[in-house]
Design a protein around this ligand. Structure first.
Ligand SMILES: C=C1C[C@]23C[C@H]1CC[C@H]2[C@@]12CCC[C@@](C)(C(=O)O1)[C@H]2[C@@H]3C(=O)O
Ligand SMILES: O=C(O)CCC(=O)C(=O)O
Ligand SMILES: [Fe+2]
Length: 360
């Protein structure tokens, strides 16, 4: 069993946090889905923003430097010229829309079971909030074929082929970008021995999450996906041409991630933040919804192989940068996230460096 399945098995969810509302027949925002505005003001600064998430052309000779700057400042960026065929991006968008356009009772044929991580349902974070989010998801690990057969007993082949091809391409792109990130910090293969693209005996673990944000009768009081960081090393997101994704910056507030045709959004995950001893931020992000357009996104979460401990790279530890985190496996981290959600990272803090050493 891999780390993600094992963690989900140990932390089962209640059905009410798995089965979404029938969005198609809900014409007014129910109280159960109404978020208090005062708790979470919607991007009050967004109209005066002068800074946007960097868009980096991977063929630019300066790409490595730009990636480092983006990771230090934002913990996220967009990439273009990434070599994923545009045809494949269009196909995955088409298949995602096709899936979520099915009637709810048909989507429920592939519903996630409480201890399982794959299939149809609400994102896992739903359990942490008293209000429900306005989105639905379909999670895939390894082969999509079992759940696809439940949805389309006689017509699942195209869906599966597109997803499998997408998983393969995204894994390659993630490894390329991770390689550039390590290089940008002056790290060699020797410094990050656990990261062995292609020739590793233990395979990396990846999860594909198709997200749909249906049109919403009252978008200013609904939440598509609540603020969170991802537990992965790196997440790559492809979004359709509909805004909604936002990244948080301390000095700026919520900054929209403008859809750029055929670009892929890169989010530094918690494990990468740990591996580089905090040099790269892990981006806090959320998704909002709108009244007129369905928004879809496809998120590819890439994590280390099973049982591999991620710890801050010693080359990035010095008197000015004391060690911030203790070693952790993806399984351990997902377990912590399943219980403590956005506080999980704080729990991995190295106890000898609680930030109070100057008082001792
Ligand atoms: C590999 C992953 C990453 C998961 C758990 C598991 C499968 C689904 C992912 C998400 C997707 C939606 C946001 C998030 C916060 C959630 O609730 O479910 C993610 C979570 C994480 O990054 O922790
Ligand atoms: O919909 C999006 O753009 C964001 C998706 C996301 O953050 C996630 O699935 O973790
Ligand atoms: Fe995310």
């Amino acid at each position: 069993m891999n780390s993600v399945s094992e963690s989900f098995k140990n932390n089962p969810l209640h059905f009410k946090h798995i089965i979404p509302l029938d969005f198609n027949t809900t014409l007014t925002l129910p109280d159960s889905h109404t978020w208090p505005l005062s708790l979470d003001p919607i991007g009050s600064l967004t109209h005066v923003q002068h800074e946007a998430l960097p868009v980096i052309d991977l063929t630019n000779p300066e790409a490595i430097t730009l990636i480092r700057q983006a990771c230090e400042k934002w913990g996220a960026f967009q990439v273009t010229n990434h070599d994923i065929p545009v045809k494949l991006l269009n196909e995955i968008e088409f298949q995602t829309k096709r899936l979520f356009a099915l009637p709810l009772n048909q989507k429920l044929l592939a519903v996630r079971s409480p201890e399982d991580c794959t299939g149809y349902g609400l994102p896992r974070m739903s359990t942490f909030f008293s209000k429900f989010i306005w989105s639905e998801g379909f999670t895939v690990m390894g082969s999509p074929v079992d759940h696809a057969c439940q949805l389309w007993p006689h017509d699942h082949v195209n869906f599966c082929n597109v997803l499998v091809e997408y998983q393969k391409e995204l894994e390659t792109l993630t490894e390329k970008i991770l390689g550039l990130m390590f290089k940008s910090l002056g790290l060699t293969q020797e410094d990050v021995k656990w990261f062995k693209p292609n020739n590793g005996s233990k395979p990396p673990q990846a999860v594909l999450q198709l997200n749909s944000y249906p049109v919403c009768p009252d978008p200013s009081r609904a939440m598509g996906l609540a603020p969170h960081t991802d537990s992965s090393l790196l997440t790559l997101i492809y979004q359709n041409n509909t805004s909604g994704l936002q990244v948080y910056r301390d000095s700026l507030g919520w900054v929209p991630v403008k859809p750029v045709t055929a670009a892929v959004v890169v989010m530094v995950g918690d494990l990468m933040h740990i591996a580089c001893n905090g040099r790269f931020k892990c981006a806090l992000h959320r998704a909002l919804v709108n009244k007129t357009h369905i928004r879809i996104s496809i998120a590819h979460f890439y994590g280390p192989p099973r049982d591999v401990e991620i710890s801050p790279c010693l080359k990035l530890v010095d008197p000015d940068h004391p060690i911030l985190y203790r070693p952790v496996t993806w399984k351990e981290y997902l377990d912590a996230k399943a219980i403590h959600f956005n506080n999980a990272l704080e729990l991995i803090r190295d106890k000898n460096n609680s930030g109070c050493t100057h008082l001792l």
